[in-house]
Design a protein around this ligand. Sequence first.
Ligand code: DAH
Length: 374
Amino acid sequence: MSIVANDLADMATRAESEIAAAADEAALDALRVRYVGRREGEITKALKTLPSLPAAERPAFGAAANAARERIESALERRGGELRASALERDIAGAAADLTLPPRRVRVGRYHPISRTIREITRIFAGMGFEAVEGPEVEWDYYNFEALNIPPGHPARDKFSTLWVNAEGSMEVALAATGTGGRAVAEPSRRQPMLLRTHTSPMQIRVMEQRRPPVRVVVPGRCYRFEATDATHESVFFQYEGLAIDEQLSMADLKGVLYSFARQIFGSERKVRFRPDYFPFTEPSAEIAFDCFVCDGSGTTNAGRCATCGGSGWIEAAGCGMVHPEALRRVGYDPSQVQGFAFGGGVERLAMLLTGTPDIRLFHQNDLRYLESV
Ligand code: DAH
């Protein structure tokens, strides 16, 4: 090794001991600039003398310079690590950490009572072979009304006022009876105005359009109605719809399925009332009700008339019936070959029964103190 190369090795040794003794990051930085700084560092300066050396010595000198640089850089890195570690230890030792402090409470999420009820409903119907499907909340007049035997002007529209989406895409409230804005609709077509669906029944038509029998679906989903709210009514609420189509279905199958559902969801205690009703899209139609869980069916409480059931002793749970032959024909089914039953009920009614909630509005006010308690 040449003398100059030895000088470089000596310099590296000197640098290593200075670096190891550096007291802090600032001192370390100064040493970094002094030895390996790009412009004025010792290594850079040494390399600048390279051209003046005899050609034969240049390779050995270059190699020695690189070796010295590597030794210095790794010394810098080592000392830097040591300084950072001891700074951290100082910080920890100096901090007034209170090891007795209780940990932050872990807030565990939970399902909203309505979601819980929907999961329970779909689980029970899945056990009877019903597949859960969902549909659009913004719906064509055709599916919400027309295809369910509710043409413009039909009195059944009266209880279905909702928000309509006009051509500009903004919403307006209108009576469903004149839902087309008073314009006569000559041909029933899907190109009619859209609305926020007033029930989940339109999915009966959509599902039948897409499938061949046998069909067995349950459809939970959000619905909308323009109406005053009270303990059992909200303008935004959830329904579940059921539909079964097959070759040999009768009213007895409908009753069996709904009785089984009521017992599975409320236990054998709950009384069930089944009586005739009218819906344009089922024939015959029926209504199913459970006895009121607040007044136990008596219609009165200590405070007087029971607010939950309105004094009737019963809480209507669902409308139902045999699917109207006209609805079957409309989707291309042959009513002489297949029949079916349908039902549709309010999810909140069931959630109220399951959680003992006396007022439907408690579900939608989003007060966590209430939602976490049920
Ligand atoms: N869609 C009806 C409503 O919201 C309820 C209903 C009645 C659904 C009879 C049905 C049915 O499937 O068959 O008032």
